[in-house]
Design a protein around this ligand. Structure first.
Ligand SMILES: [Ca+2]
Ligand SMILES: [Ca+2]
Ligand SMILES: [Ca+2]
Ligand SMILES: [Ca+2]
Length: 239
């Protein structure tokens, strides 16, 4: 009987420990996109997936993708305001961070809309609407991660790029509780839950740019130019 009791107690402990390990609560409290000037927002009641954005998020984590084949300049900005274990330890015991260097055309920002201290008001949401992120992390204004440095956190990531006719761009966004092994990423950490959300992004451009002149064509052009230069020189000498 004692053995059965010990076994039962062990089983309860096992269930509790395994459920506890995955019990961190990730919540996407707010989000917005500014895609070539078209704004979509959670607070406006927009559906994230009614446009050209595809993917799936569960508890605010997952992957998203946006594709365009329209020639010209493009601007893609995504903003995510998560909270971690808000029911247990609130949403303002968190901080943000950056790892690695952003790619050409990539922009990012970490702060919290309206977050106010003596010197700073969070502008990430306004910057996202304007279409220009400031590439700053303003959640760690006090050096070092102390409780004073903790606050509410949101993250934004963007791309500016141009396409030629025949090219296609694919932007991928990943929100995960596991850090990417390589590359540039932002993170949003709950100090007391010791849990993080990692935001990373890729831009792939497929297809060919307009053809550059073939070496043969370039040679003919050079001969032509050289010929013209020679004629001009002869005329100048005669004069
Ligand atoms: Ca917030
Ligand atoms: Ca929290
Ligand atoms: Ca900012
Ligand atoms: Ca937040």
């Amino acid at each position: 009987m004692k053995k059965v009791k010990i076994l039962f107690f062990g089983l309860i402990c096992f269930i509790f420990s395994t459920s506890g390990a995955s019990a961190v609560q990730f919540e996407l409290f707010d989000w917005a996109f500014n895609i070539d000037g078209d704004i979509s927002e959670a607070r406006l009641g927009d559906d994230m997936f009614t446009g050209e954005l595809t993917g799936e998020l569960t508890d605010g984590l997952g992957t998203l993708s946006w594709t365009t084949a329209e020639a010209g300049d493009h601007s893609f900005l995504a903003w995510f305001d998560h909270q971690i274990d808000a029911d247990i330890n609130t949403f303002f015991n968190e901080h943000g961070g950056v790892s690695g260097s952003s790619a050409t055309g990539q922009s990012w920002e970490i702060d919290e809309p309206g977050y106010l201290n003596d010197t700073y008001i969070g502008d990430v949401y306004d910057n996202m609407l304007r279409g220009t992120l400031d590439n700053l992390n303003n959640t760690n204004l006090i050096s070092g991660i102390t409780d004073d440095a903790l606050n509410d956190v949101s993250m934004a990531m963007g791309w500016d790029f141009s396409l030629d006719t025949g090219q296609e761009a694919i932007i991928g966004l990943t929100l995960s509780h596991i850090a990417p092994e390589t590359g540039f990423y932002l993170f949003h950490t709950d100090e007391h839950s010791d849990a993080s959300i990692y935001l990373s992004s890729t831009l792939k451009i497929n297809g060919n740019a307009p053809p550059v002149p073939e070496p043969g064509t370039m040679l003919l052009l050079c001969i032509g130019l050289a010929g013209m230069f020679g004629v001009r020189k002869k005329i100048m000498v005669k004069n």
